[in-house]
Design a protein around this ligand. Structure first.
Ligand SMILES: C[S@@+](CC[C@H](N)C(=O)[O-])C[C@H]1O[C@@H](n2cnc3c(N)ncnc32)[C@H](O)[C@@H]1O
Length: 212
C-alpha cells in the first residue's frame, strides 16, 4: 500500500498515531524479538481491528478465544467492551511481549490443542490474519475440531479481487463448506479493509446437538 493510500485510509492524525505505534513496537521488538509483522500492524494502522471487535461484541459472547492472537490487539479492544477473552499463540516471544504490553490480558502460548483448557467458558473462536496461510481443507478440519461449547467461528477471508500481496489462499465460505466445514454463514462483513471480508459463522452442531 502506498503512502498516499495509507493517508487516504487513516487521515493525517491517524497516520501519525500509526507511525508512533510502529516506533513503539519496533523498540519493544528489540527486547522481545517477536516476528516483525506485529510491529507493522498495530490497531492504529489497521482500523479494521475495531470492526472485528465491534462485530464480535454484537454477538454478546460468553467469552472469546483467539488462536494466533499475536500481541493481543483484539483482546485489548474486547476488554474495552467488557468481553472475556483468552489469546493463544504458537510464538512464545509475541506472547511475552503481549503480556508486557497488555497487562492483565490472558495471553498464553498454545494453539488448537489447548482450546479445551482455554475455552471452557468461551463460545466464540476467532482466527484473524493468518488462516490465509492454510489450505481450505486444513482450515475446515481445524475449525471443526474445536470443543462443543463453541457456537461461533469468526475468520477473515481474503477477497477474490484483492491485489496479490503474498496471500497463499483466498477462502470462500462455499469452498470451506465443500471441504466439510460444519458451520454456516451468519454474517459477512464485507471489505473491512481493502483486501479482506470478515465472516461470522455459526457452528451447525450448536443447532443440532445430536452432532456433538
Ligand atoms: C499475522 S499474526 C496475527 C495476529 C493477530 N491475530 C492480529 O491480527 O493482530 C499471526 C499469528 O498467528 C500465529 N499462528 C499462526 N498459526 C498458528 C497456529 N496454528 N496456532 C497458534 N498460533 C498460530 C503466529 O505465531 C502469529 O503470531
Amino acid at each position: 500500500m502506498s503512502l498516499q493510500d495509507k493517508l487516504d485510509e487513516l487521515g493525517w492524525l491517524g497516520f501519525l498515531r500509526c507511525s508512533f505505534s510502529r516506533l513503539k513496537l519496533r523498540a519493544l521488538r528489540l527486547v522481545f524479538r517477536f516476528d516483525p509483522w506485529h510491529a507493522d500492524a498495530p490497531c492504529a494502522c489497521r482500523p479494521y481491528k475495531q470492526i472485528v471487535a465491534d462485530s464480535i461484541g454484537q454477538l454478546v459472547p460468553r467469552g472469546v478465544v483467539e488462536i494466533g492472537c499475536g500481541l493481543g490487539d483484539i483482546g485489548h479492544l474486547l476488554r474495552e467492551r467488557d468481553v472475556a477473552y483468552i489469546g493463544l499463540d504458537a510464538e512464545a516471544a509475541v506472547i511475552a511481549a503481549g503480556r508486557y504490553l497488555r497487562r492483565g490480558l490472558d495471553l498464553r502460548q498454545g494453539s488448537f490443542e489447548h482450546l479445551g483448557d482455554a475455552g471452557a467458558d468461551a463460545n466464540v473462536l476467532l482466527l484473524l490474519n493468518w488462516p490465509h496461510g492454510l489450505a481450505s481443507s486444513e482450515l475446515a478440519t481445524l475449525a471443526n475440531g474445536v470443543p462443543a461449547g463453541f457456537d461461533y467461528l469468526v475468520v477473515d477471508l481474503i477477497r477474490q479481487d484483492a491485489p496479490a500481496l503474498g496471500f497463499t489462499h483466498r477462502h470462500t465460505v462455499t469452498q470451506l463448506r465443500q471441504d466439510g466445514l460444519q458451520a454456516s454463514l451468519l454474517t459477512l462483513v464485507e471489505r473491512i479493509d481493502p483486501v479482506r471480508d470478515l465472516a461470522i459463522l455459526k457452528y451447525e452442531r450448536a443447532l443440532h446437538p445430536s452432532l456433538r
